[in-house]
Design a protein around this ligand. Structure first.
Ligand code: ADP
Ligand code: MG
Length: 699
């Protein structure tokens, strides 16, 4: 037997279990060894039944002597009573309304019970203890006192996993150690083979902890190796060197109707310096909604254009394309730049002769003129630019508001390129996002990206008045919204987040829309937007809302309401406690864009103190970065990494809230790669890296 032996060939696993395992993605011996327990039961704390006192929380280990269900006559509640015995004595255990226990805890079985003791009807008993079927104490003694508890899914018990995994443990020796020995030593972590044995059957809880640390370290090490090697690869390619024209930058800054914030200035500086380099920029510009990312991008675009290169500006929706077309035309007007827009319904370019004006040209002409280099900057939706447009001399790609940060888009835009080296140069890439990424995550997972942060809002923004509204305050809040609408304002209503189900969320939004339209605000026009609608339909509704054809927009959380609606002054968030703080912050940023005082109401039914405390953080937060760190601690990385997440190993993910740990891994990866960029001296690590790269679908 070896690591690649199919589980069907293991004698202890019959065909039924083999099928169940396969459904969980466990196909070979090695997958079983990598199916980890999620916690441990520490039998070294087991108490003799004779010594158990009243009102104590205890764990006991014994044999079920008797078990039966009875009913309370009046309340018609089911009661399960069991008698459990160990060498020192016996005790009663009582559960309420769990009649099915009879099937699990049969007489003669050995069980571990943990719970609090109570006293009634002249006897001491364990009240509603947690339970687990286990092995006799004799046997436990020589298998160690710490027993792994596996997640019980797909009809497989924890006990079964122990039974199957234990005899396979010697095979852990066959996993090659891919981490260099000096790293193991420096970090004081065990070898992989030992870690695998200890993660399943640890001699002590401390060993279990170290084992988990080691596995997480290995996984993060590979993730970061992939990211850093990606960065190095890019460094070995060409990009057009775009001269940093300081005079031009100054001219641009003075042309603005406002002064740049310090962080806008710093970000622009970083970007313009990157553009000068002979290899492609790979930079992410992060800043809250409304922090002014567009001008920074425009500054980079202007430099690129004046250095005789073209710019592609890609956005997720048509409305956003229109908004950028409008803004960039204005911002770049003094330099007579030719700006074009290309979406399914819009295809125009600016006139060189008439200020701020654009005229319609056919899609084919937009494409043709771009190919001829007559268009300096083209703004459009991803798909369209990617598929239909070739550039004569593309120098910079700007990608706005999307999660995957454009690596694929750049690859697609580069694919068709032929010609000499100069023409084969890879364009610089600037992605922009309003999603704050916690530092551990950007280090660990987006380590190939350089970051620029806009941490401050432009001066003079009116603060959005934010209130947490309990159920009792609802009607008053509605009255307030009514007055706002009567004054001519508009409002957003965001429906509660329903984890994992866009469909249920859409359904809830439809219902909410109906209630608001029919009952609460029959005299206003309420519009509806949800994730199950087609892209075109969503765009139409957003556009109508922008044109003030509706007063209230009910929307699901999945819908990106990413455009400026200056007249919107109220943001209502239903079920606010279900959202991450950073996400709430983003929603709130959708109002307060114009001159009007704006409001954000966080509706919540939750009375838990912790919920209120968490929501209150939003009332004082200066930017969303702090909130993102907080979210990561409380909610894990799911909110931030979207599509990449499912491919990432669990323990690595769990370790992401530990900045020191992530940094330590990073430093080791940098050390290894700086001495041996191709990993030539470490073929095992190289093989592991290559396999892992495929596994997380990096290519
Ligand atoms: P986002 O970062 O969300 O893309 P935008 O670039 O759309 O933000 O900017 C939001 C608004 O703020 C725009 O109307 C823009 O003109 C304005 N703005 C940007 N920078 C400043 C600044 N430094 N001072 C004042 N207003 C600014
Ligand atoms: Mg923007």
């Amino acid at each position: 037997m070896n690591l690649a032996t199919p589980i069907g060939q293991i004698s202890r696993i019959g065909p039924i279990y083999a099928k169940r395992l396969q459904r969980m993605g466990i196909k070979e011996v090695k997958d079983l060894l990598f199916h980890f327990p999620h916690r441990y039961q520490d039998f070294s704390n087991i108490r003799a039944i004779r010594d158990v006192g009243l009102g104590e929380v205890v764990t006991i280990l014994g044999k079920v002597l008797d078990i039966q269900n009875t009913r309370t006559p009046r309340k018609r509640m089911n009661i399960t009573e069991a008698i459990v015995e160990d060498a020192s004595g016996a005790i009663k255990a009582v559960w309420f309304n769990q009649p099915f226990l009879l099937q699990n805890l049969r007489p003669e079985l050995h069980v571990v019970l943990s719970g609090k003791t109570s006293f009634a009807n002249d006897s001491l008993f364990l009240s509603n203890p947690s339970y687990e079927v286990t092995r006799p104490e004799q046997e436990l003694k020589h298998t160690g006192r710490i027993v792994p508890i596996y997640p019980e899914t797909a009809g497989i018990t924890s006990r079964w996993f122990r039974y199957v995994v234990k005899p396979l443990l010697p095979l852990a020796e066959k996993f090659p150690e891919y981490l260099p020995p000096e790293i193991l030593q420096r970090q004081a972590i065990p070898r992989l083979s030992e870690a695998l044995k200890h993660i399943h059957f640890p001699p002590t809880l401390e060993d279990a902890k170290l084992a988990r640390k080691r596995i997480a370290f290995g996984e993060l090490f590979l993730i970061q190796t992939v990211a850093l090697k990606e960065k190095m690869k890019l460094r070995n390619t060409y990009a057009p060197e775009i001269h940093f024209d300081i005079e031009l930058a100054k001219e641009f800054v003075t042309s603005l109707p406002f002064t740049l914030t310090d962080s806008q200035r710093a970000s622009a500086w970083e970007i313009l310096q990157d553009l000068e380099k002979p290899y492609p920029m790979n930079r992410l510009l992060e800043g809250d909604v409304g922090s002014g990312k567009t001008v920074v991008a425009a500054m980079a675009a202007l430099q690129t254009i004046k250095a005789n290169h073209q710019v592609a500006f890609m956005v997720p929706t048509e409305i956003l394309a229109e908004q950028h077309f409008h803004n960039l035309t204005k911002l770049l007007d003094p330099w007579r730049v030719t700006v074009a827009i290309l979406t399914h319904s819009a295809h125009r370019k600016t006139s060189q002769k008439v200020k701020y004006s654009a005229f319609k040209i056919s899609k084919t002409r937009v494409a043709k003129e771009t190919a001829e280099g007559k268009i300096d900057i083209i703004i459009g939706t991803h798909a369209l630019i990617q598929d239909t447009v070739k550039f004569q001399n593309l120098g910079l790609i700007i990608i706005d508001e999307q999660h995957r940060f454009g690596v694929e888009q750049r690859a697609a835009l580069c694919k068709t390129r032929t010609g000499n080296d100069e023409q084969k140069a890879i364009p610089h890439l600037l992605s922009m996002t309003a999603t704050p990424i916690p530092r551990t995550l950007s280090l660990a997972i987006y380590g190939d990206l350089d970051l620029s942060l806009i941490t401050h809002m432009p001066k003079g923004r009116k603060e959005i008045i934010t209130k947490i509204i309990p159920p009792a305050g609802r009607s008053e809040a509605y009255q307030f919204i009514r007055e706002q609408i009567q004054k001519g304002r508009q409002a957003f209503v965001i429906c509660p987040l329903i984890e994992e189900s866009e469909k249920l969320e859409a359904k809830a939004a439809i219902k909410e829309h109906e209630t608001l339209q029919k009952k609460t605000f029959p005299d206003f026009k309420v519009a509806l937007l949800h994730g199950k609608m087609k892209g075109k339909e969503k765009e139409k509704i957003m556009k109508e809302f922008q044109e003030k054809k509706a007063d209230i927009l009910v929307s699901t959380s999945v819908v990106e309401v990413g455009i400026d609606i200056e007249n919107a002054a109220v943001m209502v968030i239903e079920g606010a406690e279900r959202f991450g703080l950073a996400q709430l912050y983003q929603f709130r940023g959708r109002v307060g864009r114009g001159e009007h005082q704006s409001y954000c109401f966080l509706f919540t039914d939750s009375t838990a103190k912790t919920t209120r405390a968490r929501l209150k953080a939003l009332l004082t937060a200066k930017n969303s970065f702090e909130l993102a760190e907080e979210d990561l601690k409380i909610r894990g990385p799911g909110d931030f990494i979207g599509s990449r997440q499912s491919d990432m190993p669990d323990l690595a993910m769990a370790s992401l809230s530990d900045l020191e740990f992530v940094k330590a891994v990073r430093a080791e990866v940098e050390d290894v790669l700086s001495k041996d960029p191709e990993l030539k001296t470490n073929p095992l690590l190289r093989a592991k890296y290559e396999a892992f790269r495929k596994e997380i679908h990096f290519e």
